[in-house]
Design a protein around this ligand. Structure first.
Ligand SMILES: [Fe+2]
Length: 176
């Protein structure tokens, strides 16, 4: 059962890897894209970041990182939470750049750099999490891992419901 739970967490990370790879591919195509297409792709990237990455990160901070801090040390938990804050800041930058594409009808030159930093940090963060998950699973019993996974699922569901509610007020999809 414990193995099934860590396997599920890993599978979930595979989905996040695929999503961030798509953002990387978008960044590579940027030089040949029209502002209209860039806006659409940015919307897709922001939907992924706000509705998949953000609820997942919130659940991790409430459940997974607490366990990391308890079992592997407070510093590691804080480092991982710090990476979330950095990612959050880049998503905010991206949201502003998205508005500028509409307002200026041109692609801001900073966009490529922000996308590149975002892809790099999310990938490094996922790799670190996988490593930490491995270390954690060596220290916890199967039933502890199962319990951790159950709490993660519940926290993620709650965070997703909350983000649905707040998405209506962000309005980044309204400017067409
Ligand atoms: Fe994370």
């Amino acid at each position: 059962m414990g193995i099934a739970a860590t396997e599920s967490i890993r599978r979930q990370n595979d989905r996040l890897h695929a999503g961030i790879d798509a953002v990387g591919a978008f960044r590579d195509r940027l030089p040949e894209m029209q502002p209209q297409q860039v806006r659409k792709e940015l919307d897709d990237a922001l939907v992924f970041l706000r509705h998949e990455v953000a609820p997942h990160a919130g659940a991790e901070e409430r459940v997974f990182y607490r366990e990391v801090a308890r079992v592997l040390g407070v510093e590691l938990g804080e480092r991982m939470a710090g990476e979330h804050r950095y990612i959050d800041g880049l998503v905010q930058d991206l949201t502003e750049l998205r508005h500028r594409v509409t307002a200026e009808r041109a692609v801001p030159p900073e966009l490529s750099g922000v996308l590149g930093r975002l892809v790099d940090i999310v990938k490094a963060h996922l790799r670190l999490e996988e490593e930490v998950l491995q270390r954690l699973s060596e220290r916890l019993t199967d039933s502890e891992i199962c319990f951790l996974y159950e709490r993660m699922e519940r926290a993620e569901f709650e965070a997703a419901v909350t983000s649905e509610g707040s998405a209506e007020t962000t309005g980044f999809q309204e400017e067409h």
